[in-house]
Design a protein around this ligand. Sequence first.
Ligand code: NAD
Length: 587
Amino acid sequence: VGEPSDQWRRYQGAPTGTDIECEGWRQEAALRMLNNNLDPEVAEKPEELVVYGGTGRAARSWDAYDAILAELRDLGDEETLLVQSGKPVGRFETHERAPRVLIANSNLVGKWDDWQHFHELEAKGLIMYGQMTAGSWAYIGTQGILQGTYETLAEAGRQQFSDHEGLAGTVTVTGGLGGMGGAQPLAVTMNGGVCIAAEVDEHRIDRRIETGYCMAKTDDLDEAIERAEEAAEAGEAYSIAVHANAADALEGLLERDYVPDLLTDQTSAHDELEGYYPSGYTVAEADVLRANDPERYREESLDTMARHVQAMLDLQERGAVTFEYGNNIRGQVEEYRSESVEDPFAFPGFVPAYIRPLFCQGKGPFRWAALSGDPEDIHRTDEAVLDLFPEKEHLRRWIDLAREQVQFQGLPSRVCWLGYSTDGESDAPEEHREGGGGTAGADDLTERARFALRINDLVAEGEISAPIVVTRDHLDAGSVASPHRETEAMRDGSDAVADWPILNALLNCAAGADIVSVHDGGGVGIGNALHANNHVVLDGSDLAAEKARRVFTTDPGMGVIRHADAGYEEAMDEAERSNVAVPMRDR
Ligand code: NAD
């Protein structure tokens, strides 16, 4: 990727404040979000342009990064910039309501859609791994995944430990404290539980401790178990990282006959070469092996992964509630080590286990960032969301916890799960359903649209000092096809049908989102998923209100129709309640 550019060295984060370098806030938002993705507080390895998730990059090279910034600074209000795998490749006259930036990352034609072809093309400088929010400039640091992890674990607690309050008194064991995985210990403690997390890279552990995501660390598995058990018995929330390879740590638990209550993993297993670490090496030693003998690294990495999954299966058999957390560790073992592990899919993925009912209602991880850089602007949005949805106790708890425990990284931002649901909660007092002041009074607005319109009004009124950009994870209700994750075990067997994310991206363009992207790979690796994303810039204008109203109706609406089409009752109920047209779907 070359040497970090002077521009990046100058910024080391997103520009902030109310003066802009670009022609308008839509272009400026793209420039700030790209730089925010590469903020050293936000990105895992910014000097390599890596944001998170193994090698998820924000731009293909430092030259491409410089060129994107130059194009954005020069981009008119009636032009659209095209970015192909992290490199600007064209610019056309379009119109004001069209997206300012269109992004396609990591996509390959079906027959060539695998890591081998990807790596060959990457070595030639022709393609880039965009992960999900890395290449679409929507990553906001670990908070982005924190609420999703908090929601997933809360649901796991509700389903599995209904006699406990949240996860209080239970121990969760996991692996990986990277950009996403680092959210796990805090999400467990926010639910009142205890977490042991195995991580091979001590720097990552230290980073999570410094930022308040994890409480303690040790090299000694016995000490971790002892301290975890003490905390669980006392009903205290506690987290401890074990500096170890996760496969070794889980085998260590089996040897000691220690069975956790909940078991999962977020090492970067989707990429056996650049994400996952083989057992028997320190990080530095493994990095040397990867550089000198990538084929041997790959084989040893897959061997370790097979042991890792086998240990998860054995702990499951002994009573641990076990699920995969979206890193395709089961798929990798099934594909490359089926001779050593009989049925890697004997434990479920987190979406069918805990998240799908939310997707059926169009609910998903909705997030926004303050382009001013001023935390006060996010505090104002926190108040707005609580004011708009006073009936949502769970949301209040999240916002309160996030205010208390989440340190902002880069541009101040907030994430929460909002959905379609046009009737709000029907028992909400009338004045609370009148979301959005002047522009947003109607009852038929979706939750996401009500929120966005209220924020747009606050920007217009000067209550928020600069525009807010609203975006989301690609992991959303109607924007992904990923048979080992978001669309695992769909009721009608449509897991691998990838028309949906493509329709989602096209619809986001038609509805006028300001940035639209479509990627291959994401959290589960090349060839395993297609997914789309959007950004809308709320600058207080009528145009922003028009875009927000459309995008935040059609986008969560895709989640409702996708699940209704697959035959989910909850989605059909939501479609009926919220008046979403689902042609050809009779009950
Ligand atoms: P990351 O690359 O930033 O971090 C991975 C971490 O795992 C690193 O700290 C690495 O040192 C550690 N690690 C690797 N192999 C290990 C091993 N054998 N034992 C112990 N530690 C090991 O990745 P991330 O952003 O944290 O994402 C983690 C995984 O989760 C990826 O596969 C990603 O694609 C997936 N993911 C899941 C979701 C979700 O919603 N569940 C969302 C995004 C990404």
